[in-house]
Design a protein around this ligand. Structure first.
Ligand code: PGA
Length: 249
């Protein structure tokens, strides 16, 4: 099933998170969803949003976890706590975390392992920088990021991993990847992780209602990770519902 995740980043983390949820709710009322839709608000809003989306079909994800369950880790958030809040997904290894917080390496691999142990489906983000693409190194970078992040997991034991291919230069810039490049990358990711059951590959990076169909129509792409456009109910739903626009229904 296709998956659309809204990464709210460090926005709408207080009571204003509920305004966005209220705007989204009429769209799921009385209509069973034909895809999975996951809202990923800041950690401070998880419990509030969870209460509001219960029973609506909308799901909840977090933007990061730590790999330990509890203890003296000031400022970190436990996989157990986000589970308790109702999360079923966890965004891990987002490029902003890689860039500003040094995310990566073994710590990220342990987070992926912890997420799986806690029944949180990782939305593992990978993607190259512009200079890496220009040097023809895009796949080498993504392959290395996948290997690194999955080093603690035996592929055959992993169920339901989501990989979001997000070229760094496309995030928040309005400059999306070319759909055929995204498809090529998604295909390579799928091939290299073929031992993983229930793998889905998303595209992320300046996805908007206007370009969603060009990515979602590709056969190796099963959804989108949406940043900026997920902060507005109309634009997020224009992406989730891209097919009705294409068919005019
Ligand atoms: P964007 O962000 O849609 O604003 O480009 C995507 C992301 O960071 O996940």
């Amino acid at each position: 099933m296709e998956l659309y995740a809204g990464n709210w980043k460090m926005n709408r983390g207080g009571r204003d998170s509920l305004d966005l949820v209220e705007d989204l709710l009429p769209r799921v009322k009385d209509k069973p969803l034909a895809c999975e839709v996951v809202l990923c608000p800041p950690a401070s809003a998880l419990f509030m949003v969870a209460e509001r989306v219960q029973g609506t079909g909308l799901q909840l994800g977090c933007q990061n976890i730590f790999y330990e369950e509890k203890g003296a880790y000031t400022g970190e958030i436990s996989p157990a706590f986000v589970r308790e809040a109702g999360c079923t997904y966890a965004i891990l290894g987002h490029s902003e975390r890689r860039m500003y917080f040094g995310e990566g390496g073994e710590a990220l691999a342990k987070k992926v392992e912890a997420a799986l142990q806690w029944d949180l489906t990782p939305i593992l983000c990978v993607g190259e920088k512009l200079e890496e693409r220009e040097k023809g190194e895009a796949w080498a970078v993504v392959e290395r990021q996948l290997k690194e992040a999955l080093q603690c997991c035996n592929h055959g034991d992993v169920q339901g991993l989501v990989v979001a291919y997000e070229p760094v230069w496309a995030i928040g810039t309005g400059l999306a990847a070319r759909p055929q490049d995204a498809q090529e990358m998604a295909e390579s990711i799928t091939k290299s992780l073929d031992g993983i059951k229930g793998l889905r590959v998303l595209y992320g990076g300046s996805v908007k209602p206007d370009n969603a169909g060009s990515f979602l129509g590709q056969n190796s792409i099963q959804g989108a990770l949406v940043g900026g456009a997920s902060l507005d109910a109309d634009s997020f739903w224009g992406i989730v519902d891209w097919q009705s626009k294409e068919t005019g229904s």
